[in-house]
Each structure stands twice: as C-alpha cells, then as structure tokens.
Design a protein around this ligand. Structure first.
Ligand code: GLA
Length: 380
C-alpha cells in the first residue's frame, strides 16, 4: 500500500464514492537556519520525499468533512471560529477559516488524509497536512491565491486557529520547495531563491537520524524562545533580530543585561550568517564545505539557544566521530531529528555508530534513512 492508495481507499470507505482528485504535500527538513524565521531572518529547508496525501471531493457549500487513516472517526464542521474544532481536525478547519478570513469563497469539501511523514519528529507533519488541504481547496475552488501568498495563510491557521506560535518556515518549505533544490527564504520579504542541492552528484548523502526522543515542554519552550527574541529586539530598538548584523553583534550584546537573552540573540545573529554562508557555498558548487557550518549551528542551538536534548547531542557526536562532514539537529528542538552530511558510501557505518552510541546510553533506538530533496505541494 502507498500513501496515495491509502488516502483513496479511506475516501471510498468514508464517503462511498471516488474523489475528484489527489493532492500531496511533503514534510521538510531544514538544512540550516533554526528559529530565525520568526526573527524575520533566513532559512534553507528542503522538501522530504515523505508526503501527506489528501483525496478530496465536493460537498455542499459551507460543509466540510475530514477523515484520515490515523483517526477512527471523520470530523464534520461548518463555518467555525478558532477553538470550535480541536484535535487533529483543527488543522484543516484552521485552513478553511484562514482562507475565509482572507476573503476567499472556500468550496465545501470531503477530505480523506493519509501520511508517511512521521508525526512528532520535527519533520513538519502538521505543515504537510495544512499544505495538502490548502492546495486542494485552492485548486478546487479556483481561488486566485498565488503560491507565494499561501504559506502565510497556513501559518495563520496554525497561529490563530490551532494556537501554536510558529513561524513561516514549515509551510513555506512544504509549498514552495522544488526537487533537487533547497529553498533559500527571506522570512521578512518572503522572497525565495531555489538553490541547487544535488548532493549525490558530489558523492554525498544526507542522513536523517530520528532521535525518537520524547518531545517534552515543546510548546512552552518554543514560546519562551520567541518571547526572549522579541523582547531583545525591543530593547535594541530594531524591528526584529534580523536587523542586528554580525558586525553589530558585540555592541548589541553589550546593551543587554540578561545573560540568557544575550545568548539567544547570539544564536539568531550567527545562525542568519551561517545560512548566508551555506547558500554561498552551495551556489559555488562546494557542498562538502557546508559541514562545519552545520556543526556550528548545532553547537549554537545546544549552548546558546538551549533547545537540544541528550539524544540529539549524542547523535551529532556519533555521526561526526564516524566521519560525517557536519551534523545538526533540524527543526524546533527538544528532540526530533538530526541531519548528517556524509559520503554516499558511509551511510551504513554512520548509522551503526549512532546505534552503538544510543545503546551505550540506553536510549530508545534511533530510526535512520537518507533523503533527497523532493517536490513541494501539488496535485498528483
Ligand atoms: C518549528 C516551527 C518553525 C521554526 C522551527 C525552528 O518547526 O514551526 O516555524 O521556527 O521550529 O526553526
């Protein structure tokens, strides 16, 4: 069974007929640029080959039903306000709400979902769901909504309807990424540049190591990081930390009394620069050399932003000891996945090294696989 046939099968089972069409949207890994999005800075994600598929067909105006292979019961809703639909169905309900809030006449729909994006692993399964539904409703309704404006609507669904204070990274990645490219996104202007990202041509591979660490305190800690950055920007008199350059950094840090806040600022300012440096190396055809930037990003997340946990730190160390050019946690933090840039023929040895290190710490075993950059959300 594939995710496509699963979604179609669920549609037939729940609604008793054939869907009008199928839409797919991927999860993402962020190559570099963590927590920079809500500081109006830079990110560089690419789309995972793993996708969420929505099988969608028509329903009367003002009526929506969502079902999925990971929930027993379908959920039906009409025109709602934030808080009225909760649980997993709040994501599609939030997308309908955000589109309507933006003035679009959203068509009624019956939706069946299936996904191969691991949930709770920092690979943006929720953005994949939002992006598949938003793309389907936009296409079905013939809505005049250009691609570059779509991620902000899905983000609004997540912020205002679901209630998670996240940035625009995940939805941008799921909707705007292209195969074989990393998406260089300016989170202030939403301008993008598609950066060549064909590691195999350079004899390289990207290994994803799912730490399988239980996510803990994710929402509260994420919000606390965001508040600390916004407070710092206010004290420094800038619109966002994006406006502090590496040259300004020492002077900016000298103006902040709080040591924790200083370290949060240092992470964001240095991370933005690492994204720019990574982009420059990739454009120059020197992908192997991004390794140290990835590793420096991890150290900054561990020591300054303090969003890593033992499982991801151990995975990074083990991958580096096994010869990886660079390694870092990807995503919001407190668990989730690690990326390791390796020679193509080193995957098995690197995985073994991480598994051995995990066994030594008595951690739950990791799940590892190599990834290439896949397509963004589309009708399939
Ligand atoms: C989560 C959020 C994103 C971004 C990352 C950290 O994935 O949803 O908006 O802030 O964390 O880079």
């Amino acid at each position: 069974m594939t995710v496509t046939s699963d979604a179609t099968g669920r549609y037939r089972e729940v609604y008793g007929d054939e869907p009008t069409g199928l839409w797919a949207a991927p999860g993402r890994v962020n190559l570099i640029g963590e927590h920079t999005d809500y500081n109006e800075g830079f990110v560089l994600p690419f789309a995972l080959p793993q996708r969420t598929v929505a099988a969608v067909g028509p329903a009367p105006a003002g009526e929506w039903t969502v079902s999925s292979t990971f929930a027993d019961e379908p959920v039906s809703f009409g025109i709602t306000e934030p808080g009225e639909v909760t649980g997993w169905a709040s994501y599609p309900a939030g997308v309908v709400w955000a589109l309507r809030e933006a003035g679009f006449d959203v068509p009624g729909a019956r939706i069946a979902l299936s996904s191969e994006v691991p949930v709770g692993s920092g690979l943006s399964s929720s953005a994949a769901l939002e992006s598949a539904v938003l793309t389907a409703l936009t296409d079905l309704g013939g809505l005049d909504l250009p691609l570059e404006k779509r991620p902000a609507l899905a983000q609004r669904a997540e912020n205002a309807y679901v209630g998670a204070p996240t940035g625009i990274l995940d939805q941008s990645a799921s909707m705007r990424c292209q195969p074989g490219r990393a998406l260089f996104l300016d989170c202030r202007t939403y301008e993008v540049e598609q950066i060549p990202f064909d590691l195999a041509a350079a004899g390289l591979a990207m290994l994803v190591i799912n730490s399988n660490a239980p996510h803990q305190h994710v929402d509260g800690e994420y919000g606390a990081r965001r508040k600390s950055c916004e407070d710092a920007a206010r004290i420094l008199g800038v619109r966002a930390l994006r406006d502090v350059t590496p040259d300004d950094l020492d002077a900016a840090l000298a103006r902040l009394d709080d040591d924790v806040m200083r370290r949060r600022v240092r992470h964001i300012v240095t991370e933005d620069q690492r994204v720019l440096d990574t982009v420059a190396l990739l454009k120059a055809g020197r992908p192997r050399e991004i390794g140290p930037l990835l590793t420096a990003s991890h150290a900054s997340m561990r020591d300054d932003f303090e969003i890593t946990v033992a499982q991801v730190d151990v995975a990074v160390e083990a991958a580096l000891s096994a010869g990886a050019y660079g390694a870092r946690m990807t995503g919001g933090g407190f668990g989730g996945c690690v990326l390791a840039l390796i020679d193509t023929d080193r995957a098995a040895d690197t995985i073994k090294a991480v598994e051995t290190a995990y066994a030594g710490h008595r951690f739950t075993a990791p799940t590892c696989w190599t990834v290439t950059a896949g397509p963004g959300a589309t009708r399939i």
